[in-house]
Design a protein. Structure first.
Length: 32
C-alpha cells in the first residue's frame, strides 16, 4: 500500500494537469 499511494497521487496530479491544460486550450480556441 505504501508505494501504491504515492504512485496514485502522481497519476492524479498528471491527470488534473492534463485536464486543466485541455480546458485552457479549448477555452483559448473558443475565445479566438
Amino acid at each position: 500500500i505504501g508505494p501504491f499511494q504515492p504512485a496514485k497521487g502522481e497519476h492524479a496530479k498528471i491527470k488534473l494537469r492534463v485536464g486543466l491544460n485541455l480546458h485552457g486550450i479549448v477555452s483559448a480556441e473558443s475565445a479566438t
